[in-house]
Design a binder for this molecule. Structure first.
Ligand SMILES: Cc1cc2nc3c(=O)[nH]c(=O)nc-3n(C[C@H](O)[C@H](O)[C@H](O)COP(=O)(O)OP(=O)(O)OC[C@H]3O[C@@H](n4cnc5c(N)ncnc54)[C@H](O)[C@@H]3O)c2cc1C
Length: 257
């Protein structure tokens, strides 16, 4: 099987994030594989091991995304592709990303493309569905189980705590939800092997794309941190007095009633 994972390098949102000139300050930030993409990578490896074939992990980013690609190779992917837009593009949005990926996949004969349900930084959940639409293949989002039988796929997807079972056919794009599997940690031999696995680097030119073809359709106006949480207030005294004070606080201070 010809299996692909689309992977995004993201900020580690567990670490402290600071802003500088309206942008996230990359200097002190930690970067990781988008956690939902780790589920996609694990699932791709398991499906390859059960059906044979190979797994290629693809990312759009700068030179430094090589680190996350090597991690994916160390987990067990066979090949990596970095579509490096650093020299060609200053801005990009979900349109840009999915359009570039669609050009890459145009002649790839992919049986299965796996991605994350959502990126924990940008968080739009658009890239997977947009890519499938551009490639004109079926897609199922937020999946928690995937069974492949020949050309057929049975997929379970998470629908707000309930489950939906969908039958469809390959080629197929799916996006991974937490619970799909337990992503492995790269082993030491895996890390050693990853150094020798192929990592191809492409630029827009190689995909016959011009800057104008992928110009973003949206503009980010402002990025800001959420307001600091105030310390909580514990009301004291008789119950009647507490209720009166609570109503007064909700009306006059919080202004929610
Ligand atoms: C050239 C370029 C410049 C950009 N410049 C900026 C900028 O200045 N400021 C800014 O805030 N953002 C920038 N972005 C990021 C962009 O706005 C979005 O973050 C990106 O398009 C993905 O959208 P999302 O984060 O909502 O991901 P989602 O749609 O939530 O991601 C879902 C899944 O799609 C896949 N995916 C997402 N992104 C990629 C990727 N890059 N490569 C491979 N697979 C992917 C992953 O599987 C991911 O789990 C840029 C992107 C590009 C391509």
């Amino acid at each position: 099987m010809n299996i692909y994972v689309i992977m995004k390098k993201t900020f580690d949102t567990e670490e402290k994030i600071t802003l500088q000139n309206g942008k996230i300050n990359e200097d002190g930030a930690e970067f990781i594989i988008n956690p939902y993409d780790e589920y996609a990578i694990e699932e791709a490896i398991q499906i390859r091991d059960a059906n044979s074939g190979e797994v290629t992990v693809v990312t759009i980013g700068g030179e430094e995304a090589e680190k996350e690609l090597r991690t994916a190779l160390a987990m067990g992917c066979d090949k990596a592709v970095l579509i490096n837009t650093e020299d060609d593009l200053e801005d990009g949005d979900q349109f840009t990303t999915s359009k570039i990926l669609a050009e890459y996949f145009k002649d790839k004969d992919a049986d299965l493309i796996l991605g994350g349900n959502v990126a924990i930084d940008g968080g739009s959940g658009q890239v997977g569905p947009r890519l499938a639409e551009l490639l004109d293949i079926p897609y199922v989002t937020t999946i928690t189980k995937l069974e492949i039988n020949g050309n057929q796929a049975t997929v379970v997807r998470d629908v707000e705590g309930d489950s939906e079972v969908i039958e469809t056919s390959l080629p197929l794009l799916v996006t991974a939800q937490q619970g799909l599997n337990e992503p492995r940690y790269p082993s030491l031999p895996g890390i050693m092997k990853a150094k020798k696995k192929p990592l191809e680097e492409l630029e827009l030119d190689d995909l016959d794309l011009e800057e104008d073809d992928v110009e973003p359709k949206t503009k980010t106006i402002e990025i800001y941190m959420p307001p600091k949480k105030e310390a909580g207030k514990v009301l004291q005294g008789e119950l009647d007095a507490q209720v009166k004070e609570l109503v007064s606080l909700l009306r006059n201070e919080a202004k929610v009633i």
